[in-house]
Design a protein around this ligand. Structure first.
Ligand code: AHR
Length: 493
């Protein structure tokens, strides 16, 4: 384009560390996320697994360096009684999954299965405890069961079930969506309930995360910040989905450019949401001791034709790659307060990074974006400004075409992630960088001919990152041409 878009990176200011936990994931007992996704069961013979967990999934998620995994919900968490999921499998109680398809849950994947899986994945577990239909005692017992290394009834029970040492789970969610499936509570009521539960959450090095607002419910955040004493809380959650219309979400892979635009408009709202929720938190917690944890985010569409509507199984296209690239840039740029986030959800549900079909598995465009962005994990944020940004228009509505974030890692290497959401136009951006030489720059790009393009079980590698060459160095500036609907990550040595 003729427009001179500039990405001005501030290399002088000492930015915050981008917590790797921003790149977290979420696995609920929902549809085929756990059963038929992660977990195929110990008796499966066709699909290679370790203690029932698919080896191909373990490998792919290790490749992605997933920093944490939230479990067992979601809405399911506030119906989950952890004691049903321990001990001999043939004696475990069953329950009906009231939120997701009314299927019978046999509890064969429980606390041991999940926490051992996290060890295989080399990831930190984030347990979401039952507040909606559980008791304070049940919650406190779960913490003792997983974390107590001394002598206690719960640590004895854990040992009886075959696990000697505690798992030392750090991250604990106190209920989920308390304003909805977690009990339809008012914020005032939940704040009190939270205080009660948090009082009995003991142990060193734990993070207590309060159930947060839905999208722009600022009153929720305000009421919680006002009513929960700072010493009882370490993180406050926020959920936001990119959904066109809850009553008409549209197909995940067959959509118009207008639907594409609206989805990205919803995704871009994250910038305003984070800014405004943070402003409220700043008022009560100016030292930023309490983290903002966006523990559910992603695109939400109609389920694939012929699949159970309660299972939330959807394809994943270049549109989702745009959501991911843009959203992760937003989180990076707010790394001083956003310390954790969890994409919903990891396998076979909503904006998944992995889809499975029997023994087959595909990595989605979202997976590839997450992989490209691993360079930002625990790197120092370089604040940036985009000057003269192009706009991507839909009628009277417009969105900034380019989003970006940058960081410098421990080896002193700078990484810049750029997203061009414009479905039709490429965009050229210049990035002033003192002393930059072409030889020092390399990059990768994720793009495809159409925004509806996706990987399928027949063509699993249709979309994957390739070497990026569309840049030159001119007058101390890096000039980069981003294809339509693309994600580019540059490395500058
Ligand atoms: O991720 C699917 C569902 O969305 C979760 O269970 C719930 O927390 C949210 O409403």
């Amino acid at each position: 384009s003729a427009q001179d878009i500039q990405v001005q990176i501030d290399t002088k200011t000492n930015g915050p560390t981008i917590s790797k936990h921003i790149y977290g994931h979420f696995a609920e007992h929902l549809g085929r996320c756990i059963y038929g996704g992660f977990y195929v069961g110990e008796d499966e013979t066709k699909i290679p697994h370790t203690d029932g967990v698919r080896n191909d999934i373990i490998e792919a998620l290790k490749e992605l360096q997933i920093p944490n995994l939230r479990w067992p919900g979601g809405c399911f968490a506030d119906t989950y009684h952890w004691q049903d999921g321990i001990g001999p499998k043939d004696q475990r109680a069953t329950i009906v999954n009231q939120w997701w398809g009314g299927v019978t849950e046999d509890n064969s994947f429980g606390t041991h299965e999940f926490l051992n899986m996290c060890e295989l994945l080399e990831t930190e577990p984030y347990l979401s405890g039952n507040v909606g239909s559980g008791t304070v005692k049940e919650f406190a017992d779960w913490m003792q069961y997983t974390n107590n290394g001394g002598v206690s009834p719960m640590s004895e029970l854990r040992k009886e079930n075959g696990r000697e040492t505690p798992w030392n789970v750090k991250y604990w969610g106190v209920g989920n969506e308390a304003w909805g499936c977690g009990g339809h509570m008012t914020p005032e009521y939940y704040a009190n309930v939270y205080r009660q539960f948090a009082t009995y959450m003991t142990g060193s090095n734990i993070q207590r995360i309060a159930s947060g607002a839905s999208s722009n419910d600022y009153n929720w955040t305000e009421t919680l910040m006002k009513n929960i004493p700072a010493h009882l809380v370490d993180g406050l959650a926020l959920h936001h989905y990119s959904v066109i219309d809850w009553n008409d979400k549209g197909s995940a892979s067959q959509f118009t450019e207008e639907q594409y635009f609206i989805t990205l408009q919803r995704a871009w709202e994250m910038e305003e949401l984070v800014t405004k929720h943070v402003a409220i938190m700043d008022k009560y917690d100016p030292e930023k001791k309490i983290d903002l944890i966006v523990d559910e985010w992603g695109g939400w569409y109609d389920v694939e034709e012929g699949t159970n509507p309660g299972f939330l199984y959807q394809q994943n296209t270049m549109r989702d790659a745009m959501i991911a690239g843009m959203t992760l840039n937003i989180f990076n740029n707010h790394a001083d307060r956003v310390k954790m986030a969890n994409l919903a959800q990891s396998v076979n549900v909503l904006q998944a990074v992995i889809l499975t079909k029997e023994e087959k598995m595909i990595l989605t465009p979202t997976y590839h974006v997450m992989k490209m962005y691993t360079v930002h994990h625990d790197a120092k944020l370089l604040p940036l400004k985009i000057q003269n940004n192009a706009t991507y228009k839909n009628g009277a509505n417009e969105l900034p075409a380019i989003s970006a974030s940058a960081s410098v890692d421990q080896a002193g290497i700078t990484h810049i992630s750029l997203v061009n959401i414009d479905a039709r136009q490429s965009q050229t951006v210049s990035i002033p960088l003192s002393g930059v030489k072409k030889a020092d720059v390399s990059g990768s790009v994720l793009a495809s001919a159409k925004i509806q393009d996706h990987n399928s079980f027949d063509k699993p590698s249709k979309i994957q990152p390739v070497d990026f060459k569309e840049f030159k160095v001119k007058g101390g500036q890096l000039e980069v041409t981003l294809p339509p609907a693309s994600v580019v990550v540059l490395e500058v040595k």
